[in-house]
Design a protein. Structure first.
Length: 272
């Protein structure tokens, strides 16, 4: 025992072990307190992991400082080997720092990375997890599948965040009418249906505009527009309006339902 205690490396090893236990206990206590406070648990876990990791790293440097030379040499060799053997693992770890410190997205945000789109439900040191939503067929509805996305994607692929703006996106859909249809009346019905939807959902475009401007996103107008075009076999109307990022399908359903209920009496006929 005396030989162990007289060995400086053994003492530093014991200090390192004590530091590990202390950090582990503090992390458990911090997570418990954060959960009891009603905060978002998964986001809090992610922040606590990085805080503990930084604290642990600084503590190890202070413990081994006087004999850091050989250790740094060994770590350099290990790091070089890891970089060669497991570059993806290293990129994932670096990507986690970028996601956290640059706040690319938070738990609950709806994002798209490459072909993966969904709501973020967890963030980790190597991967983040999203609850997948369909991009085309389900128009933003959840598929129920979980997708593990490597953190390295945040370094190499554009991250589209539909929540961090004002929580609203521009949505478009097209309607084709016969050439003899009253297209002016059709445009009027569509625009009125959008206004009715705004009133029902209590969407204030002026308030939304101010939120966008706080994020340094500027639009001259946020009012809905109906664009006219000539298509094969008739006339095409493209409806463009602002809606909540998670309500594209619901808003389109509301507008189309109101439109279809009125077209027969208005002399409007859909093209085949």
């Amino acid at each position: 025992m005396n030989e162990i205690l007289s060995n400086p490396y053994a003492i530093k090893g014991l200090y390192s072990l004590g530091l590990t236990l202390m950090v582990y206990i503090l992390v458990k206590l911090a997570i418990r307190v954060a959960t009891k406070s009603g905060k978002q648990a998964t986001e809090t876990h992610f922040a606590i992991k990085y805080t503990a990791l930084c604290f642990f790293g600084v503590g190890l440097v202070l413990i081994w400082l006087d004999s850091i030379g050989p250790i740094l040499t060994a770590l350099t060799i290990v790091a070089a080997a890891l970089t060669i053997v497991s570059k993806e693992l290293l990129l994932n770890f670096i990507g986690s720092f970028v996601i956290f410190w640059r706040e690319l997205f938070a738990i609950g945000d709806r994002i798209q990375v490459g072909e993966s789109s969904g709501d973020v439900i967890d963030k980790g040191l190597l991967y983040f997890t999203i609850l997948e939503v369909g991009i085309n067929d389900s128009t933003g509805h959840s598929t129920g599948r979980l997708v593990k996305v490597p953190n390295s994607h945040a370094l190499t692929i554009p991250v589209i965040n539909a929540t961090r703006g004002a929580g609203y996106v521009w949505h478009e859909f097209k309607i084709s009418l016969t050439k003899d249809s009253d297209w002016e009346q059709a445009k009027s019905i569509l625009l009125t249906a959008v206004e009715t939807y705004y009133e029902q959902e209590k969407i204030d475009l002026q308030r939304v505009k101010k939120v966008f401007e706080k994020k340094r996103v500027f639009f001259n107008k946020l009012t809905p527009r109906a664009y006219l075009d000539v298509a094969k076999g008739g006339i095409q109307i493209t409806m463009r309006y602002l809606c909540k990022s998670r309500m594209t399908r619901e808003s389109q359903d509301h507008i189309l339902t109101a439109f279809l209920r009125q077209i027969k009496a208005a002399g409007i006929e859909l093209a085949d």
